[in-house]
Structures are given as structure tokens and as C-alpha cells.
Design a protein. Structure first.
Ligand SMILES: Nc1ncnc2c1ncn2[C@@H]1O[C@H](COP(=O)(O)OP(=O)(O)OP(=O)(O)O)[C@@H](O)[C@H]1O
Ligand SMILES: [Mg+2]
Lengths: 223, 275
């Protein structure tokens, strides 16, 4: 028994390193999804019809194609064909980020469209440009509204990040799988992996809840 | 065109601040505004009345180009607005204030933030200057002590007064008001009308759509009666609303007050009419 615990403890650094890679993948994918998702959402709401169709196509493609297919397609296909030297880790972040952008765009679009029409009108009536209105009036409100949906996207992306082990990225699942096959302790290490995923979700959602509470507007609390 | 002699003395007073000429607008294949012309001279208050769907809101929004008219011209201080020049358009809009029926305050900003945001972002004041000016404008509408509250914490009447402060902070040449009291509980109408009355007394140039006929009768320099996208009658309240004038305007107002009286039934004497 004690030996078992020592054995697991010995493998822990390896698994914790995997957890760090998972966090890295999640962070960069969410960030890329955010940076692309906001302009995509704005384009879908305010853009000219041609642009709206184009964004629609993008969203359809990335929501409709399995992430595994995209991972293979980008890493073994696209980047090679373009003679780009992109690491497995970077490819993973790009694929997950582009996919997340499609979902995040829908989350932000929901937030923007939930605002009354008069908001941008009032901004324009004060002499703001549309860009200023979006920056100072629309987005601060839309992002607040989008936060609960965005938390959801975080927890989904965390789980999707396990898929990138197929490219050999040594993230949490890959590390656990490796150790499990080497030691034969499948039960132990997959349970450990599951617990770590659950803890990351717990902490992440707590932080996002905190952000929600912090940005909640006075007079909007649900008594 | 130069005008000779004595007329020149009067010119600054006589020249219109805001003038619409032959403004028309179609939406969804329907003609919603048809050849509307009007002009507001400095300090004038004109009141726009007419049945629902007459085009009052559309006209007001065309007048500061929130809706772009597809016909006609708009002049501010005699200068024609080129609505395709976005810089000129923004400058124009900031000089023509707009008050909406449902306030359209920015919910994520305090009362003070609502007033100061455009001072900062549009007029380029520093945050401190903008904040101070915002406080001064809020004081002007009697809300100095509410500056830190958010729209969700304000009553309808207070929200509309913040909206007025927000428009005033831009030092507008004229203000357009689209039924500023229609969304308010009757007991809150008075406080908003009082601010507008003060503005009128202070020489603000205004065009206001309203159903507050007592207000119009007492303060309007001219009443414009609209129906089907046209101004079909216009004149001083003493002319259009004179007993037995036989005008559409009088007819409309009589029906309006009957409707109001009918709706409020037994508590008819609770009708919120202005002093
Ligand atoms: N975007 C639009 N597309 C098509 N028709 C519109 C649009 N906006 C307004 N209309 C129509 O234009 C007409 C005038 O509308 P407007 O809101 O200007 O009337 P109003 O005089 O302000 O009425 P109310 O007293 O109800 O506010 C109405 O018949 C309305 O249905
Ligand atoms: Mg209207």
C-alpha cells in the first residue's frame, strides 16, 4: 500500500506537467477564440450581407466538423502543404481556438442582440462613431451578458483539450495514459486525471463566477 | 443672398437654427415621410402632434440623421448637412440633441457616466473635466445627489432627466424630443416637463413630439400636426386650438382628451395636466 502511494507520488510530477500543458492549451485556445469571436460576432450583427454570409460559413464549418478531423487536417495536412513548421502544441491551440471562436461568436452575438436597439442609436445621437458606440456602449454590456455562456465554453473547451493527445501533445490525458500503460495502474491514473479535470473546472468556474459578481451592475442583483 | 439695410440687424435672430426642406423617407417600400419642411429659429419650441404611425418619430430621427432621409435637405445654422460625410454627420449629431421615449440610457454607466462618456470620447475632455461637467449638468436637472446611481436604480422620470442632462452636456444648438413623457407613470410626467419648460425659458431651441396638450398650449410657439407622413396643419396654439377653430388639430386633441378621460374613468380629476 505504502509502496503504491510512493509509486504514484513518483509519477506525479509527470502528470502535473501534463496538467500545465492542458492549462496552456485551454488558455491560448480560449484567448484566440475570444480575440476572433468578438469581431466575428460584430460582423454577424452589424456587417454587410456578404460578410454575414462569410461568417456564417465559418461558423458552420467549425461547428460542423469534428475537432479530431480538424486536428489531423491542420497538423498533417494544411500546415505541411503550406510548408509551415507549426508544433503539435501550437496546431492544437490554433484548431481549438478557431473552433472556440465559432462558438464564442454565437455567445457574443447573443449578448449584442439582447441589447435594446436604442443603445447604439443613443451613442450615435451623441456624435459617437459606430466604432466608439460599439467600444464604449455595446461591448461593455454585451460581454457582461455573455459571461455565463462564456463560462460554459470554458468548461467544454477544457474537456475538448483532451483530444489533442492524438497529435502527441503531452497534456493531462496523454501523460496519464502514458503512465497508466507503463505501470499498469489504469484505474488509479485515469481516476487521478478525472479528478484533476474536475478540479480545474471547479476553480475556473469559481473564478468566472467571481468575475460575474464583480462586473454585475448595481440594481441588477436578483434578490 | 445678402439682405440690405435694416433687415440685416434681424438676420441672426431670424435665421433658423435647424431647417428641414422637403424631407422624405421610404421604409419597407412605404412612404413614411413625404416632403416635410420645417424650421426652428433660435429659442423656438415647436410641438409635433399626430396620430400613432403618423411619422413623428421617423421625422425626429431624420432631423438628426439617425435615420437618413432619402429626399430633401437638412440645414444647421444655414449650413447644408452632407449626410455622406461621416465626420460632418457626427459633428452635426452632437450639436442636435435627441431625447427618446424610452430614455436609452447606457445601463452599464452611472448617471454621471452616462453624461460624461460622450464629453470624454466625443468632445475630448479629460476624465476629470468630463466628470465635473457631468455633475453640473445633473445639478441643472435636479439630480446632483443621484450622480452615482445606475439607470436600474433610477425612476423613469429621473432616467429621462439624466437623458436630458446627457444631451445638454454636448452644448447642443437644438434638442429633438420624441414623446419624452409617454413612457412615464403619470406622477412622474411633471418633473420632466418642468425641466423642458426651464430649457424653453432659457432659450433652448426644441422640437418635441408629445401628447401633453396643456404643455403644448402653454409653451409651444407653433404646433405641427402630422398625419400620413405629412405636416398637414401648422400654427400657433392660439390659432389651431382655439375653441371652434374647426382644425384637424383641435379635433385630434379633443378626441385625445376624451380617450384619456375615458381611460381614467372615475379618477378623471387625477389627470396629470400641467399647471
Ligand atoms: N423600419 C421600419 N420599416 C417599415 N416601416 C416602418 C419602420 N419604422 C417605422 N415604420 C412605419 O412608419 C410609420 C411611422 O412610424 P413612426 O414611428 O414615425 O410614427 P409615430 O408618429 O412616431 O407613431 P407613435 O405615435 O406611435 O410613436 C408607421 O406606420 C410605422 O409602422
Ligand atoms: Mg413615435
Amino acid at each position: 500500500m505504502l509502496e503504491d502511494i510512493y509509486a504514484v507520488a513518483g509519477e506525479l510530477p509527470y502528470i502535473l506537467f501534463g496538467s500545465l500543458i492542458t492549462l496552456e492549451v485551454v488558455f491560448f485556445s480560449l484567448a484566440l477564440g475570444l480575440v476572433l469571436g468578438i469581431p466575428l460576432a460584430l460582423a454577424q450583427v452589424y456587417g454587410p450581407p456578404a460578410l454575414i454570409r462569410l461568417v456564417g460559413l465559418y461558423v458552420w464549418f467549425f461547428r460542423g466538423t469534428p475537432i479530431l478531423v480538424l486536428l489531423y487536417l491542420f497538423y498533417f495536412g494544411l500546415f505541411i502543404a503550406l510548408r509551415l513548421d507549426v508544433s503539435a502544441l501550437a496546431s492544437s491551440c490554433i484548431v481549438l481556438g478557431l473552433t472556440s471562436a465559432a462558438y464564442q461568436a454565437q455567445i457574443f452575438r447573443g449578448g449584442i442582440e439582447a441589447l435594446p436597439h436604442g443603445q447604439l442609436k443613443a451613442a450615435r445621437a451623441l456624435g459617437m462613431s459606430d466604432l466608439q458606440g460599439i467600444r464604449h456602449v455595446i461591448l461593455p454590456q454585451a460581454l457582461r451578458l455573455a459571461l455565463p455562456g462564456w463560462s460554459n465554453e470554458f468548461s467544454i473547451l477544457l474537456k475538448d483539450s483532451a483530444l489533442v493527445h492524438v497529435l502527441g501533445v503531452p497534456e493531462l490525458l496523454a501523460a496519464s495514459h502514458h503512465v497508466a500503460s507503463r505501470t499498469g495502474g489504469h484505474f488509479t491514473y485515469y481516476i487521478l486525471a478525472g479528478l484533476i479535470y474536475l478540479s480545474i473546472t471547479l476553480v475556473g468556474l469559481k473564478l468566472l463566477r467571481g468575475l460575474e459578481a464583480k462586473t454585475r451592475l448595481p440594481g441588477h442583483a436578483h434578490a | 443672398m445678402r439682405v440690405e439695410g435694416a433687415a440685416c440687424v434681424n438676420e441672426p435672430r431670424e435665421q433658423s437654427v435647424l431647417r428641414l426642406e422637403g424631407v422624405g423617407k421610404s421604409l419597407g417600400g412605404r412612404r413614411i415621410l413625404n416632403d416635410v419642411s420645417l424650421s426652428l429659429r433660435k429659442g423656438e419650441l415647436k410641438v409635433l402632434i399626430g396620430p400613432s404611425g403618423a411619422g413623428k418619430s421617423t421625422l425626429l430621427q431624420c432631423a438628426n440623421c439617425l435615420i437618413r432621409p432619402d429626399q430633401g435637405e437638412i440645414f444647421l445654422d444655414g449650413e447644408r448637412l452632407n449626410q455622406h460625410n461621416s465626420g460632418q454627420l457626427r459633428l452635426f449629431r452632437r450639436q442636435v440633441g435627441m431625447i427618446f421615449q424610452d430614455f436609452n440610457l447606457f445601463d452599464h454607466l452611472s448617471a454621471q457616466g452616462n453624461v460624461s462618456i460622450a464629453l470624454e470620447k466625443v468632445r475630448g475632455l479629460s476624465r476629470r473635466e468630463a466628470g465635473e461637467r457631468a455633475l453640473a449638468e445633473l445639478a441643472r436637472v435636479g439630480l446632483a445627489d443621484r450622480a452615482a446611481l445606475y439607470p436600474a436604480e433610477l425612476s423613469g422620470g429621473q432616467k429621462q432627466r439624466v437623458a436630458l442632462a446627457r444631451a445638454l452636456a454636448m452644448d447642443p444648438r437644438a434638442i429633438l424630443l420624441d414623446e419624452p413623457t409617454s413612457a412615464l407613470d403619470p406622477e412622474l410626467v411633471g418633473e420632466v416637463l418642468a425641466v423642458i419648460r426651464d430649457l424653453a425659458a432659457g432659450g433652448m431651441t426644441m422640437l418635441m413630439a408629445t401628447h401633453q396638450m396643456d404643455f403644448a398650449r402653454a409653451l409651444a410657439d407653433e404646433i405641427l400636426f402630422m398625419d400620413n407622413g405629412r405636416i398637414i396643419e401648422q400654427g400657433g396654439p392660439d390659432v389651431l386650438l382655439r375653441q371652434g377653430a374647426g382644425t384637424r388639430t383641435l379635433d385630434f386633441c379633443t378626441r385625445l382628451s376624451l380617450e384619456l378621460a375615458g381611460r381614467d374613468g372615475l379618477k378623471a380629476n387625477g389627470l396629470e395636466l400641467l399647471p
